[in-house]
Design a protein around this ligand. Structure first.
Ligand code: CR6
Length: 785
């Protein structure tokens, strides 16, 4: 529980004062937005002492530095209030003025500093590190617009720039931590002379841990021109050109993952990545040296984690700083860097494993290229197994570079780690047999249970006391409740209340099974498989079939350049329009695509879900973390044996999981059959009929050919095996119907999922990294938690 100093905070007194100071308005005239600013200010003040104490307490201890292009943090103030134990007090303090805390919290923009699971994982990790009392920094970029805001026009995804910085409530500017970063130029006598410079400005976001005893830091770099304004140029009449430096620098962190289908886009992305690495590694070294550390003892004090390949340039950068700027011998510099670095792989999809053209690298980072060649040559000489080269066919393979430069490489679920060893990193694994370890992903139960599902948290508090939130595996102690009809009813009442809350926010109908498929839109995640099943279900209902009333909810963003994913969104919306208008089936089937999926929408949707759709082609989803959130909130999964679904099924019990589909092994074999899709379609009347309806324009009456290419893709190539898995998916969904039709049976399944998913806490994951990757401990006094 919170320290006395924090709990004693008098929000009732301070909030109105802050309102005056920050916005110059009185409580009776203040809109929720002004209260939000006041609350942010009070929170910064309350967090300050914890943050400073944590920094002091961590001096000399080993730190984790987590480098990531994405931190999908979600709204921060609610989480901070809860972790500091101030939530109820804030509610009361605002109620005095007739203001609802929920309305105030909703004024905080949800920063889109990430794209999906990888970024949300990074955010969960920081919160877990803080809750476990580990000295930790997250390092990322402060994107001005983040990903993008999605709206729908005529069922089509439209992307708009997202603006969130105007209301960045919790961060503080740390000018003393700014770093200047160089690019391009030349190398003379082993020293790099960059020709361009950009300043990386430090903005720190506090991440207070549960109980308010410890605080991690998310340090986000915002690029700014080294020479922002050319007065001579301005006075010579070139008023806009004089500010070009500023525009150029800002472009570096305008958006996450800028389009890189052209050379300029590629250069921009590479610069973004280097900016993150250079500023962060310089900061790690600065902190280490300020605490009296030497180059040789860096691995005793610094664990640097590369979240995917985007921060892989941290490796040559660290080697450069040690060798070129501190005079450490090259072999020794490589050894030290490797002892500090770890690399997490998050995908086996070939298109996501970065490879930078050698030419671009030589141009932007000439010294780093020399160092990479050196690393490659030494690695080659030292490994008799000859696992291949980091520089290959004119590109630098960033996955291989990260692997070679890390003392530990990890996958994110048991299946994924196993596949890593057998596929992408087969050669490197043979050369370095102990290096790959598994750390199955997790999610923080503070946000993803206590925060988003207060009704369920209250049930748990009543039965176990509040301590379960740091030990969610203790939820298993409630297993006897599986036979307590009264308790099961209360659990399902919470679910219904969450569905009513969703209905209030999004206009979704109630009284239907909430069947939820939310995540990035991607062929491998197979929203189109779900859509075909929806069409088949509708057709069957029209033929007189009986099924449990369902609301199929979809949400997610498609990458702007990913045409087929965008077609899937449009098809879902077209099907929704026709199906929802059909009087013959309206009371038994509805389809909704909720726009602009983000962390806040996930927090509303997941606790309201009855059924969790985790239907990726086996072997393609590295882990998934949404799957864990649904299970933890009492939604059984319909899913394939992919990613962490495998482990979820082991934990919740096979009888509480609706399994279907080919295994990863079978999928690989199936794909090798040239006519696998046609073979599946010919034996499935139901699939043929659904595909045919889509193809003929049954859902796009004004434009019959609109969905023809989507249907044709499934008929012809179907790399993701939609056709091959369709019939088994249909079967599993009918099992879902049968189970749902028996409310007592369904409640038991839902509760079993909730009580047995505590293992998927990111605290467990972080403890795994601490022991097997980072070799760090919590600071004394906090380690007992
Ligand atoms: N898309 C994986 O695909 C995993 C997360 C976090 C992903 C997903 O299965 O849960 O990472 N991979 O480990 C990448 O982003 C490259 C993801 O979010």
């Amino acid at each position: 529980m919170p320290k006395d100093t924090v709990a004693a905070a008098d929000l009732g007194r301070d909030l109105p004062r802050r309102l005056m100071a920050e916005r110059g308005v009185a409580p009776e005239e203040a809109p929720p937005g002004a209260w939000a600013v006041a609350l942010g200010s009070v929170l910064r003040e309350r967090i300050g002492p914890v943050w400073v104490d944590a920094r002091r307490g961590a001096r000399g201890a080993k730190h984790v530095s987590y480098l990531s292009m994405e931190f999908l943090v979600g709204r921060l103030m609610g989480d901070a209030l809860r972790n500091l134990g101030l939530f109820d007090e804030a509610e009361e303090a605002l109620a005095v003025h007739g203001v609802r805390l929920a309305d105030v919290l909703a004024e905080e923009p949800d920063p889109a500093l990430g794209n999906g699971g990888l970024g949300r994982l990074a955010a969960c990790f920081l919160e877990s590190l803080a809750s476990l009392g580990v000295p930790a920094f997250g390092y990322g970029l402060r994107y001005e617009h983040g990903l993008f805001a999605q709206s729908l026009e005529g069922g089509r995804q439209v992307e708009r720039a997202d603006h969130w910085l105007h209301a960045d409530m919790l961060s503080v500017r740390r000018p003393a931590r700014d770093v200047t970063v160089g690019f391009a130029g030349h190398v003379a006598n082993g020293a790099w002379h960059p020709s361009e410079f950009v300043d990386a400005r430090a903005h720190d976001v506090p991440v207070p841990g549960w109980g308010g005893e410890w605080c991690a830091t998310l340090r986000l770099w915002q690029p700014a021109a080294h020479e922002p304004f050319d007065l001579q140029q301005f006075n010579a009449g070139d008023h806009v050109g004089a500010q070009e430096g500023e525009a150029r620098a800002r472009a570096l962190a305008r958006v996450l993952y800028p389009e890189d289908g052209h050379e300029a886009g590629q250069a921009l992305r590479l610069k973004q990545e280097y900016l993150l690495c250079a500023a962060s590694v310089a900061d790690v070294l600065r902190r280490h040296e300020a605490a009296g550390g030497t180059s040789a003892d860096l691995p005793d004090r610094a664990a640097i984690q590369m979240n995917d390949t985007h921060p892989a340039l941290a490796a040559p950068e660290l080697v450069r700083l040690l060798a070129d700027e501190r005079g450490v011998e090259m072999g020794e510099a490589i050894r030290i860097a490797r002892a500090c670095l770890g690399y997490t792989n998050h995908t086996l999809l070939p298109e996501a494993l970065e490879a930078w053209p050698e030419g671009l690298m030589w141009h932007l980072l000439p010294r780093h290229m020399q160092i990479i060649c050196e690393i490659d040559a030494r690695h080659y000489a030292e490994t008799p197994q000859r696992p291949g080269s980091v520089i290959d066919h004119g590109v630098v393979r960033m996955g291989d570079l990260a692997f070679v430069m890390s003392h530990r490489v990890n996958g994110v679920s048991a299946l994924h780690t196993d596949l890593m060893k057998r596929t992408v990193f087969e050669g490197l694994h043979r050369a370095h047999p102990g290096r790959i370890v598994n750390q199955t992903n997790g999610v923080t139960p503070r946000r993803w249970l206590r925060g988003c599902n207060p009704g369920l948290a209250a049930l748990y508090d009543e039965a176990l006391g509040p301590g379960w939130v740091m030990e969610p595996e203790r939820l298993r102690e409630l297993e006897p409740m599986l036979d307590d009809a009264g308790w099961l009813d209360r659990f399902m009442e919470v679910k219904r209340a969450n569905q009513a809350r969703l209905a209030g926010a999004c206009g979704t109908p109630t009284g239907f099974m909430h069947d939820v498929h939310v995540k990035r839109i991607h062929e491998y995640k197979r929203q189109h498989l779900n859509l075909l099943e929806t069409i088949a279900l509708w057709q069957d209902l029209r033929d007189g079939g009986e099924h449990a009333p369902r609301l199929k909810i979809f949400a997610g963003k498609a990458a702007p350049g990913y045409a087929l994913a965008k077609e899937i969104i449009r098809a879902i919306n077209d099907v929704a329009a026709v199906v929802n208008a059909d009087p013959a089936t309206r009371d038994r089937l509805r389809v909704a695509f909720l726009p602009d999926y983000d962390v806040s929408l996930a927090e509303l949707l997941i606790p309201a879900a009855d059924l969790s759709e985790q239907i990726s082609t086996a072997g393609k989803e590295a882990s998934g973390t949404g799957n864990m959130k649904f299970a933890l909130n009492g939604a059984p999964t319909v899913g394939t044996l992919d990613g962490a679904n495998v482990e979820i099924r082991e934990h919740v019990g096979a009888e509480n999981f609706f399994l279907f589909g080919l295994t990863a092994e079978e999928a690989m074999k199936r794909r090798a059959l040239p006519d696998h899709a046609a073979r599946a379609i010919v034996v499935s009347h139901r699939l043929e009929r659904a595909l045919d309806a889509l193809q003929r324009g049954a859902f796009s009456p004004g434009e019959p050919a609109r969905h023809a290419s989507l249907a044709a893709d499934i008929r012809r190539s179907d790399h993701f095996l939609v056709a091959s898995d369709f019939d088994d998916y249909w079967r599993a969904q009918r099992e879902v119907d049968a189970a749902f039709a028996d409310p007592a049976r369904w409640a038991r399944m839902a509760v079993a999922n909730a009580l047995r998913s505590g293992w998927f806490s990111s605290d467990r994951t972080i403890r795994g990294y601490m022991d097997e990757v980072w070799n760090v401990a919590p600071v004394p006094g906090l380690g007992s938690r």
